[in-house]
Design a protein around this ligand. Structure first.
Ligand SMILES: C[S@@+](CC[C@H](N)C(=O)[O-])C[C@H]1O[C@@H](n2cnc3c(N)ncnc32)[C@H](O)[C@@H]1O
Length: 211
């Protein structure tokens, strides 16, 4: 299982934003929409072993978490408007600290980074930062990871403190600062290569039956 958290500091927490203006009126929701798509879509299918957690910290009710579960997800297309529409539908639900299902595979609840990290106790937390340890040095050892990424403003000092207190390792996908969704593609690629090498991906290297 791969879980991916993206922190949206300005992302709106009410569902009445315009799908025609995801960057502006929705508080850079376009970034989160692209992350959903990069995290979940394959060329002809969906990564069923991936969950995406969008931490929305914008107005009017900062602190909502929307979860996309690859295993159960329906009605999602790769374009930004499609994920934007599912996010908007989820935000129109009455939200409490408990999970509420919005559409198949999409859940919403109130929460902050601390509560979200606490829900992953025992998992490997990997915080993406440009100057972190090269993912290639540890890709072979990564099992059951939870990746955490910032938005266009990165990750705040307080969030970073919480991440480190929760035991997160800092990893990098390369020396240059990239868009969050591009980082997700690179993470998947590194782990896919390792899994293919181990014969864990159908069609990957060593996946055939060997005598
Ligand atoms: C557009 S970047 C943030 C840039 C922002 N100006 C800053 O200074 O933090 C968005 C997120 O992508 C991740 N990221 C970008 N490039 C990365 C890299 N080369 N390695 C690891 N993570 C990266 C980080 O999690 C970052 O918070």
């Amino acid at each position: 299982m791969r879980d991916i958290i993206i922190i949206g500091h300005k992302a709106m927490t009410s569902g009445d934003f315009s799908l025609n203006d995801l960057p502006g009126s929705a508080g850079r929701m376009d970034i989160l929409c692209r992350c959903v798509s990069s995290a979940l879509f394959l060329s002809f299918g969906m990564r069923r072993d991936v969950n995406v957690h969008l931490l929305l910290l914008g107005e009017p009710e900062p602190g909502k978490i929307i979860r996309f579960e690859g295993l159960h997800l329906r009605y999602l297309n790769p374009d930004e408007r499609s994920s934007g529409s599912l996010i908007s539908k989820a935000l129109l639900k009455n939200t409490t600290e408990l999970d509420t299902r919005s559409t198949p595979g999409v859940w919403i609840r109130k929460g902050d980074l601390k509560s979200l990290l606490a829900s992953f106790e025992g998992r490997t937390l990997l915080y993406l930062r440009e100057d972190g340890k090269d993912i290639r040095e540890i890709a072979g050892e990564i099992r059951n990871p939870v990746f955490i990424l910032g938005d266009h403003t990165g990750v705040t000092e307080e969030e970073e403190k919480q991440l480190l207190e929760a035991g997160a390792q800092i990893i990098s996908v390369g020396p240059i600062s990239l868009h969050s969704n591009h980082c997700i593609t690179l993470i998947h690629n590194e782990l896919d290569r390792v899994e293919a090498e181990r014969g864990e991906i159908p069609g990957g290297e060593n996946s055939g039956t060997e005598e």
